[in-house]
Design a protein around this ligand. Structure first.
Ligand SMILES: Nc1ncnc2c1ncn2[C@@H]1O[C@H](COP(=O)(O)OP(=O)(O)OP(=O)(O)O)[C@@H](O)[C@H]1O
Length: 853
């Protein structure tokens, strides 16, 4: 049997630890470096662009190796996490200087994309959620938490679509499942959406679980939370005390939008580059704190459907709108508030430093100010907020008394604690200062004593304090005055017993004071930690207040109005509505506001109009107004009356499905089908040019069939834009359908888009106008016009319901040229512009033509 290559004891230790963390890069601490070996080293060297070397270069099996200095490790770890990997940090648990044999090492934390607390990319206005998922029968339980804020939620979902939707809506990078779990959605998450799947045995006990499960009664929800906490416990290996009790939510408590809709409507990122710029969030975000920014994003992703809850938010916004100066003061006070949520997490996680505590103090100092302002409004709606915004004077006082104004980043180096806070520390400091003063005065007294004006006192790490006399002056020293310590080329160094005694006092005091400061700091931290729950509640209040003032600010600046919302009505009545983002980009003067009126009976608006005239903008405008209304913000319109919608379905624009690589037409059909299946009488459906992705007849047939299917099906309100003018005749037949069009006129030979929505179907020949403007040959345009007219005369009846249409079209092509010409001329012939005599002559011409046949 071949012998296994023998490893050094260190490698044995490394391999044993690595075996426990197969899916993470193991950062193995070796002195001042973290080293990586084997596969880890090969891969990390590539990703981190660092040199790959090897251990035992000359041996038969050199071990690939690379390393990063410990003080720079943070950046490297961040890079790996950012690229979707995990990192297990393995530290030396003993001091190598005082340990005989192998130093004990342990993994102290596993950093993963879903649990990373540092900022990966962004401005802190984004949550980083870790999701846990379980399946039982056909049902799923899903829980998530942001370890940086402790916020935790759990829900039950009934199918795979709902799971994918929820996970994408919280933008999770990592999903935890049970160790042995195997079901299709896991594969979809991993391969199609590129989400990291982590496997975990859900049985690790952690004291925080009791808190997390406090309000959760359903066993299945408890299970998935247990899995979530197990994973956190396994990876973080430290106090999770800031994780909050889980909130059970149901997805039907919020306005539902699937991933497509959210993406199409560009709520939090633009379609073009997936960045915040150009999105609705980008436009309306006037929050002053990072936690306010996160709250706004959460609200935008989950608009409300409860009339009462929406009205509540509206009241807060109106109160702030009515009190301009108070609002300005609030905004200013909020600008001095730091990220309380993250500070609490850091405090309980144990990685808080002096600066963080100063930030906490500064934030808390704004509380009385904020309370005073809210009270000054005299509005009773702030009562609940005021109750929750408890001031914490003892925390402020503690930090104020204990921590210096500008503490260092490290908590082990001293200079954090203020003078006067702790007697012992003051004594050490006195000893240090007095000792140093004594030494400083020593130089003067010794110079006087010896008459050597160049004598000086110095300090080095090896010998401590010494008296230095130049070689030339040494003979002038009285014999036996000092003890000789060191000889240099040009000087001699001496010490005295008294000097050494003082030195001892200083060094001891220095060491003791650093240790004491560290201990005191930990005590203070624990003191503050006791207020975690209160601080979290405060963070919630402040972040909401921040969103309200943000709503008020944008509403005032952009002249948005408070919409009248009601779950009773089915009428949409928007006067001079605008698309908030397009308006912002174009400038208010250039944007043409439009009404959108759909009464109880009118369920479908069929929108026609030339390309680029503004059909999809008009449709998106409605969706964005609805969403703004349901998050409690004012809306871009002069007046708005809206029902409360439960879901928004969209099929808009040409956003290819980049994630799944499906064809555009397939995506179109998938999206359309979602609406057909799941829409209710309270849903909003936006269909933009359904059928465009396939052949004309296919497309038109599908479009008409979809309209017919939804008409009278009681599936809410639908806006349907189309190029197929043929569909406009449906208005005669379908009572709940109404035609509108986007106006355009020809002016000085140019087609001018009015961007104005008008009643009735569009004029049909814009396509030809555009072709003419593009300079196509006249002959071709004449021919196109003839063909168009022929098609139109053949297709007055809707296609799908009349199979013979295809036939009559076919027979039309069998006609001879003369007949076709006559029919075209008859169609073109204007009775109004010809005298009776001219008409008779013309008819005669046609008869002659027919005879020639
Ligand atoms: N109400 C408006 N006021 C001013 N400009 C507008 C308005 N609506 C749209 N536009 C401008 O017209 C452009 C085209 O709008 P949109 O994409 O909505 O047209 P469309 O009719 O849906 O086009 P297509 O049929 O090619 O999809 C927009 O980018 C915008 O610049």
């Amino acid at each position: 049997m071949p012998q296994k290559p023998k490893h050094t004891p260190m490698m044995e230790q490394y391999l044993a630890i690595k075996e426990q963390y197969p899916d993470a890069f193991l950062f193995y601490r070796l002195g001042d470096f973290y080293e990586l070996f084997n596969e880890d080293a090969i891969n990390a060297a590539k990703i981190l662009e660092i040199t790959l070397t090897s251990r035992n270069k000359n041996a038969d099996n050199p071990i690939p190796m690379c390393g990063v200095p410990y003080h720079a490790a943070k950046e490297y770890i961040r890079k790996l996490i950012d690229s979707g990997y995990k990192v297990a940090v393995c530290e030396q648990m003993e001091d190598p200087k005082t340990t005989k044999g192998m130093v004990k090492r342990e993994v102290v934390q596993v950093l993963t994309p879903g649990t990373y607390m540092g900022e990966v990319n962004g401005d802190g206005k984004k949550n980083n959620y870790l999701v846990a998922l379980e399946k039982q029968g056909s049902e799923y339980a899903l829980a998530y938490t942001d370890i940086g804020t402790g916020e935790t939620r759990v829900t039950l979902l009934e199918n795979e679509d709902a799971v994918l939707n929820e996970i994408q809506s919280v933008q999770a990078k990592e999903v935890v499942v049970q160790s042995e779990a195997q079901y299709p959605v896991i594969e979809t998450l991993e391969t199609r959406l590129g989400i990291i799947i982590s496997r975990q045995n859900g049985k690790i006990e952690d004291p925080i679980l009791t808190v997390v499960l406090e309000d959760i009664t359903e066993l299945f929800c408890q299970d998935v939370l247990r899995l979530l906490i197990s994973y956190l416990s396994h990876t973080q290996k430290r106090s999770l005390s800031h994780i909050q009790k889980a909130i059970r939510y149901k997805s039907d408590q919020f306005l539902k939008m699937d991933t497509y809709a959210r993406r199409n409507l560009e709520l939090t990122t633009s379609i073009r580059d997936q960045q915040k710029a150009g999105s609705l969030l980008w436009l309306i975000d006037r929050t002053k704190t990072a936690m306010g920014g996160r709250k706004l994003k959460q609200w935008l992703e989950k608009p409300l459907i409860s009339e009462q809850a929406i009205r509540n938010r509206q009241l807060m916004v109106q109160s702030l709108l009515a009190h301009y100066f108070e609002r300005m003061d609030i905004a200013q006070a909020l600008s001095s508030v730091y990220d309380l949520e993250r500070l609490v997490a850091k405090i309980s996680f144990g990685n808080v430093n002096g600066r963080d505590l100063i930030q906490l103090q500064r934030s808390l100092e704004q509380l009385p100010v904020l309370r005073q302002i809210l009270e000054a409004t005299g509005d009773s709606i702030w009562e609940a907020t005021l109750k929750q915004m408890a001031e914490m004077p003892e925390v402020v006082a503690l930090i104020n008394q204990a921590i210096v104004e500008d503490p260092p980043i490290l908590i082990t180096d001293g200079n954090i604690i203020k003078d006067g806070y702790n007697e012992k520390l003051d004594q050490y400091r006195d000893a240090m200062t007095n000792g140093k003063k004594w030494i400083a005065s020593l130089q003067q007294s010794e110079r006087e004593k010896t008459g050597i004006r160049t004598l000086k006192i110095g300090f080095n790490r090896v010998f401590g304090y010494y008296i230095e006399v130049s070689k030339a002056n040494v003979p002038n020293l009285p014999e036996g005055l000092y003890d000789r310590k060191q000889t240099l080329t040009n000087a001699e160094r001496f010490i005295t017993p008294e000097l050494k005694e003082k030195e001892q006092i200083i060094l001891e005091a220095e060491e003791k004071s650093a240790t004491l400061e560290y201990e005191l700091f930990l005590e203070i931290r624990d003191q503050v930690k006791k207020h975690s729950k209160q601080l979290q509640l405060l963070a919630k209040c402040i972040s909401e207040l921040d969103v309200y003032q943000s709503f008020a600010e944008i509403s005032e600046e952009k002249h948005y109005v408070q919409p009248e919302i009601s779950s009773q009505t089915k009428t949409i009545h928007i006067v001079n509505g605008r698309h908030p983002v397009v308006e912002e980009v174009l400038g208010k003067e250039k944007y043409i506001a439009n009404n959108l009126i759909m009464d109880e009976q009118n369920d479908i608006l069929l929108i026609t109009g030339p390309n680029m005239s503004g059909k999809s903008t008009y449709m998106r405008q409605l969706a964005l107004i609805v969403i703004l209304a349901q998050i409690g913000c004012n809306v871009p319109a002069e007046q708005a009356e809206l029902p409360i919608f439960d879901q928004i379905f969209t099929r808009i624009g040409a956003a290819d499905d980049l994630y799944s690589g499906q064809s555009t037409f397939m995506v179109e059909m998938v999206e359309t089908n979602q609406a057909l299946q799941y829409a209710t009488d309270r849903s909003l459906i936006l269909f933009d040019e359904i059928g465009r992705g396939t052949a004309t007849f296919d497309g038109m047939a599908l479009a008409e069939a979809i309209i017919r299917y939804l008409h009278g099906s009681g599936k809410g309100k639908m806006l349907f834009s189309t190029h197929y003018h043929e569909l406009t005749v449906l208005e005669h037949e379908l009572s709940a359908l109404r035609n509108v069009h986007v106006g355009a006129i020809e002016q000085n030979g140019e087609l001018v888009f009015l961007h104005k929505i008008m009643n009735g179907p569009a004029d049909k020949s814009y396509g030809l106008h555009v072709a003419k403007l593009a300079g196509m040959p006249d002959a071709l345009l004449v021919e196109a016009k003839r063909i168009l007219e022929r098609l139109e005369s053949n297709e007055k009846a809707p296609l799908v319901t009349d199979d013979s249409q295809q036939l009559s079209l076919f027979s039309a092509s069998q006609m001879d040229m003369n007949e076709k010409q006559i029919i075209n001329e008859i169609t073109d012939f204007s009775l109004e512009n010809n005298s009776p005599l001219q008409v008779m002559n013309q008819v005669n011409d046609w008869k002659q033509l027919l005879k020639k046949k």
